[in-house]
Ligand binder design. Sequence first.
Ligand code: BES
Ligand code: ZN
Ligand code: ZN
Length: 460
Amino acid sequence: MISDAMKGKEFSAKEGELILLHNPPGLDVRRLLIAGLGKEKDLSTESCRRLGGMASRRLRKQSIAGMAVVLPGHHSESAAVQALVEGFLIGPGGIDAYRTDKKEREKDPYHGSYTRLTLLTSSVTSSMRKAAHIGATVAEGVILVRRLVNTPGNLMTPVVLASETRKACRKAGVSVSVLNEKQIRDKGFGGVVAVSSGSSNPPRFIVMRYIPESAKSRKRPPLVMVGKGITFDSGGISLKPTASMEEMKADMAGAGAVIGAMSVIGRLKPDRPVTGIVPACENMPSGSATRPGDVITTYSGKTIEVLNTDAEGRLILADALAFALEEKPAAIVDIATLTGACIVALGHVYAGLMGNDTDWVEIVRETAAQHGEKAWPLPMDPEYDNLVKSDIADVRNTGKDSPGAISAAKLLEKFVGDTRWAHMDIAGMDWRKEATSWIGLGPTGYGVRTLTALAFREDY
Ligand code: BES
Ligand code: ZN
Ligand code: ZN
């Protein structure tokens, strides 16, 4: 039947192609979905993830109750299983959670229940079972992030983000502490205070801690991950243009990734402590807003000259990174929708990746690649240092010259001391404007898979 379909040019097995055959003779199934995966030599873990997504999207469209998938040949069966399950759960879904017509909302992933997936393999190993469990847990984290990022700014304020964090982490056994406005001010988080000063929605400073069970593992230095939590970025007094400003409800996608990853990490229990830090603010213009030209004092004591109030992410991250050092981290990774310049450099295919330690940056890059979240290193040579030199303060919040993604990272670098640190600029990665064959449009949940996998690596 497949050969016939190929002869008739209905199917060529290219990646993304699907063909549904009814009552295939000799098989005890009603419907057989054949999915093209492209050339065998190009088969990757990502192909498995896409296969899961394509098949389940097709499945949902036709309200089929369950499906069985023959596991494609792959160099690592457990990586294939994990990716397939991830794709199956992540693939379907729309972003129209606020449409009142139930029928119109049929594709909404947040209200539906998932159909059953059966994996067919010649033998079932315990590592495959484990991989399926990991895949399902990671997918849950990704779905959580997509819901948080999809929520509009009027409904997703810093206070709401904190309570969503509590909810997600409580279920996962991760402890959460939240500083309120007064505590933020008293502790001297000057970046958070400056950015939120124009908004009537007060800021929150969220800290999540996962602590492993064994006494020995507890003593290990933690992985610390920091996420930019701007629940809406109007630009502040340096107001953004109207066109596309609505996209800035997604300016907490980095925070989402950290929250999502912590909720997964609590369930999957890696062997080292992990701390997640999210400064959450809304960036708005008003009579009490920070002005261009203002100088602020951050948590570390270092001063920043604010030349553009739209470069707000780095102000709150400066506080959060300085605070992160108190955890005595093994390494830090931050994730932020930080600069439009990063989109100019890399588009919507790769996140920008920078840092102060080539080995740690390479670990992050490789981990991201293994989990279908691409990230590309940008240079951080000392020649770029003068981009952020201020005439009146320790550092300025806009670059003097064009490489905007690098100058933002150069500012952050001033706040991490000698601790190994990597920075992911995900400005182009948080939102997909068009659906693909395997996943719908809208928030991507980028970062959950990388951050989770980093917690399990033992080589740093
Ligand atoms: N949140 C934006 C960056 C962004 C832009 C994310 C587009 C996703 C899509 C950030 O706060 C910002 O406004 N950055 C400015 C910095 C500039 C004023 C130095 C930018 O990129 O234009
Ligand atoms: Zn901004
Ligand atoms: Zn922003």
